[in-house]
Design a protein around this ligand. Structure first.
Ligand SMILES: NC(=O)c1ccc[n+]([C@@H]2O[C@H](COP(=O)([O-])OP(=O)(O)OC[C@H]3O[C@@H](n4cnc5c(N)ncnc54)[C@H](O)[C@@H]3O)[C@@H](O)[C@H]2O)c1
Ligand SMILES: [Zn+2]
Length: 353
């Protein structure tokens, strides 16, 4: 059967995905099948999954929802349960959930008994267009994001946009930020299409386009030696903002997409200063993100703290901070060094107007 999207692993949509769950799981014979959910996907997504899947399930493993549980402590509990339920090297783990479940479940599977197969069934828009695709797995270390992990490709990814029906609007927008990113880094036509359409979260074609962009990049560079870095646009500062808000007692936590939406405006400013993004395009990007995401303001002290946090980011090589920036909309450039004062200026630009 031909995969819907060419990448390092197979990705199937709707009816084809249903057929796979119904008849054969990639032609493999698994000794036992386990399903990992969080408390929310257990309520909202597991019943539909159980209708779709005709294979016997050995055990359902449930974790607490949210980024704060994306930790080694949670992995330990999942490893324990797999072990208690007799998981062996021929077991399969199906990750049914958002990016937290697919990141953590992928890591658990990649390390349990030195590695068992896993399948991702993403249930958030963010996980469909981004987290479940590409094989990056892992957990956070304190407030620092994704510090522990491995690159391990899922056996396949099965996409059912139907799961999005129970997802909150705020979560949908968070995933939409990653879709906008795909347009910004690779495809100006897609960017224009996304911003001209009345946004509908069930639009399978848009989801497919985003997966194609991400999957296509990952297929060319699975281990992030070069062009995969394009996907980091907005994430160098965005991750630091996300970590800062997670840590701060005075701030509400930002969702991943909300933080990188800010990161993309900041890094567009840097792109205007350093890599040729025009003023008109910069303004267009800022306007677009402000349409979907409520602006956040940062004090001078906070800006410095965020910049300091960024220096711990895993993408920094030899102590240098390498950014992915834009030469124009649809055209990203990698490995750009940025002077400190421009970083501060970028926050001022974001907060101005
Ligand atoms: N591996 C990668 O390449 C990659 C890429 C991007 C993001 N990520 C990671 O993904 C994570 C964010 O993913 P996310 O936004 O999906 O977060 P998430 O997994 O926390 O899901 C968001 C919330 O929605 C709930 N939920 C999930 N599906 C639902 C549904 N269908 N109906 C109702 N509720 C539902 C979850 O329980 C959770 O409370 C972050 O940890 C980020 O680092 C990884
Ligand atoms: Zn992201």
């Amino acid at each position: 059967m031909e995969a819907a999207v060419e990448t390092t692993h197979e990705i199937y949509f709707n009816d084809v995905a249903k057929a796979i769950l119904h008849q054969k799981l990639g032609g493999q014979r698994y000794s036992k099948i386990f399903v990992l959910v969080d408390e929310n996907t257990k309520t909202h997504c597991l019943p539909l999954f159980q209708n779709l899947c005709s294979h016997p399930i050995e055990g359902i493993i449930s974790i607490k929802p949210g980024e704060t549980y994306k930790t080694i402590a949670t992995c330990s509990k999942v490893w324990d349960q797999l072990s208690e339920m007799g998981g062996d090297r021929k077991s399969l783990l199906i990750n049914l959930g958002g990016g937290v479940v697919t990141d953590l479940g992928g890591f658990v599977a990649a390390t349990f008994k030195r590695g068992i197969d896993f399948i991702n069934i993403p249930t958030t828009l963010l996980a469909m267009v981004d987290a479940s695709v590409g094989g990056k797995t892992g957990v956070d270390l304190g407030v620092l994001k994704n510090q522990i992990g491995v690159i391990q490709q899922p056996k396949m990814v099965l996409v059912f946009p139907e799961f999005l029906k129970t997802l909150e609007e705020r979560q949908i927008k968070s995933g939409f930020a990653e879709m906008l990113k795909h347009g910004l880094i690779m495809d100006d036509t897609y960017w224009n299409h996304l911003r001209s359409e009345a946004f509908s979260h069930y639009d399978q074609e848009l989801i497919k386009t985003s997966i194609k962009i991400k999957g296509g990049i990952v297929a060319k560079d699975p281990t992030e030696q070069n062009i995969r870095k394009k996907l980091n646009f907005g994430h160098t500062l965005g991750h630091a903002i996300e970590s800062y808000c997670l840590e701060s007692t005075e701030r509400d936590t930002l969702l991943h997409g909300e933080a990188i939406a800010i990161g993309m405006v900041l890094e567009s400013y840097l792109s205007h200063k350093l890599t040729g993004l025009s003023k008109i395009e910069l303004e267009e990007i800022k306007r677009e993100f402000k349409k979907y995401f409520t602006p956040v303001s940062f004090s001078k002290v906070e800006i410095e703290t965020i910049i300091a946090l960024m220096k711990h980011d895993k993408k920094n090589q030899h102590g240098n901070i390498n950014f992915t920036l834009l030469a124009s909309i649809g055209n990203a450039v990698i490995n750009i060094r940025v002077p400190h004062e421009l970083l501060v200026e970028s926050f001022l630009y974001y907060m101005d107007g």
